[in-house]
Design a protein around this ligand. Structure first.
Ligand code: NAD
Length: 420
């Protein structure tokens, strides 16, 4: 990954710009510039070959002003403190823009799950959970899946935490397997929210969804579900990629076939997928395709000053966190390309995580239809309020989302006042 930039600088820039529009003083936002709490941990693991390897991990809580910290855990070789800080802050603003009672947190372990056995991943997860146990809990900080982690990992976190406390604690983590109190609909929630948001913006812009072309970068949880649901909604998904590269067919890809190939084995990669009419392209080429909708659903810093001039999409729906840098944002805005910001577009995951946590605390379970309907209500309402404010202030959708989110965080901080 291109790592010459610091994603936390992106967060600070947009917060400062939003604060200026809202007329806030430096004092109003000073505390928001710093994460509340950071923990760095070393995780010794006995590897399958008998050697001991020490992995580095983090858990960072950006804000707990509006509720417990909430945010995913990433297992990826590029994890670093600034990335986790940025991801934690984005969670603060994401929970605020959809108005659910959480602050923001994030965690990560520097490791490459594609090179680890299941035993090793479980051992990392358990020892990491034990190391961050003083910070997490249903009332303090609730992790969830992110890049490189999944429901199985969340199940091991729940088990480890419960073992340490001596009793079963479902609500410590969300995105769990259904058998452990996971919510119906959680696995698809982020992609479903991306689909709702895409349909909402197409409607506002008067673009029919049927046959509208889409390119999706990333084919993990978020990318694959986004591609599936956009395909089912009638859009034409012409390209999709993973870490190995992408595939492209201007007439539309057979998304169900591609997704069942990827789901068959976690080692299956798109570079080995061949189908009549498809060509193999790089991740960089995918971003520059002549499509109506571009859905970056992989990592940060994908659309940057180096390629923003070459983007041909009319709309970018940020399914990933932080895929567009501040410099690229300015270039895209000048070029009239609309960007639906991550804190709005991919909020579906944390909304259904919130539903899971509510169900765990109350020991109740909702049907999948109930979950999907409640998710749609929240995503649609958040989209409408961001859209309306953007029109009123003649600004970008990112700024509209941050104006709403920052105000909610600042209002909560000021209502609590500074302790002591
Ligand atoms: P995942 O691990 O399930 O999938 C990641 C995908 O990105 C894989 O297809 C992988 O091959 C691909 N990838 C990895 N490195 C890449 C690279 N250098 N170039 C191109 N593709 C690459 O992760 P996910 O949960 O789908 O998360 C994807 C993005 O969505 C992240 O930015 C994450 O923070 C964000 N997000 C996830 C959730 C969630 O519920 N999982 C919620 C909100 C936001």
């Amino acid at each position: 990954m291109k790592q010459s930039y610091n994603p936390y600088d992106n967060v600070l820039k947009v917060v400062q710009d939003a604060a200026a529009i809202l007329g806030y003083s430096d004092s109003d936002i000073e505390a928001i510039k710093y994460p509340e709490r950071e923990l760095k941990v070393s995780i010794p693991v006995r590897m399958d070959d008998g050697t001991t390897h020490v992995f580095q991990g983090y858990r960072i809580q950006h804000s707990t002003s509006r509720g417990p910290a909430k945010g995913g855990i990433r297992f990826h070789p590029d994890v670093n403190a600034d990335e986790v800080r940025a991801l934690a802050a984005w969670m603060t603003f994401k929970c605020a823009v959809v108005n659910i009672p959480y602050g923001g947190g994030k965690g990560g372990v520097v490791c490459d799950p594609s090179k680890l056995s299941e035993n090793e991943i479980r051992a990392i997860t358990r020892r990491y959970t034990a190391a961050i146990a003083p910070l997490i809990g249903p009332e303090q900080d609730i992790p969830a899946p992110d890049v490189g982690t999944n429901a199985a990992v969340m199940g091991w976190i729940m088990d480890t935490y419960s073992m340490l406390k001596g009793h079963c604690i479902h609500g410590v983590v969300t995105g769990k397997p259904l058998e452990l109190g996971g919510a119906l609909g959680r696995n698809e929630a982020t992609g479903r929210g991306v689909m709702f948001t895409t349909l909402n913006i197409l409607k506002k812009l008067g673009i029919p969804s049927e046959g509208t072309t889409v390119a999706v970068q990333g084919a993990g949880n978020v990318g694959s579900v986004s591609a599936k649901l956009l395909h089912e909604a009638g859009l034409k998904v012409v390209a999709i990629s993973d870490v190995s590269g992408g595939i492209y067919n201007p007439d539309g890809l057979d998304i169900p076939a591609i997704l069942s190939y990827l789901a068959a084995d976690r080692r299956n990669l798109l570079k080995d997928f061949n189908e009549d009419g498809t060509t193999h392209i790089s991740n960089e080429e995918l971003l520059e395709l002549p499509v109506t909708v571009l859905v970056p659903a992989a990592l940060e810093n994908q659309i940057n000053a180096g390629n923003a001039e070459k983007i041909q999409a009319k709309l970018i729906v940020e399914a990933a966190n932080g895929p567009t840098t501040s410099e690229a944002d300015e270039i895209l805005a000048k070029r009239g390309i609309k960007v639906i910001p991550d804190i709005l577009a991919n909020a579906g995951g944390v909304v259904v995580s919130y539903f899971e946590w509510v169900q765990n605390i109350q020991s109740v379970s909702w049907t999948e239809d109930e979950v999907n309907k409640k998710l749609k209500d929240i995503m649609d309402a958040a989209f409408e309020s961001v859209w309306d404010l953007t029109q009123e202030k003649h600004t970008t959708l990112r700024m509209g989302a941050y104006l709403i989110a920052l105000k909610r965080v600042v209002d909560a901080k000021s209502a609590r006042a500074i302790w002591p």
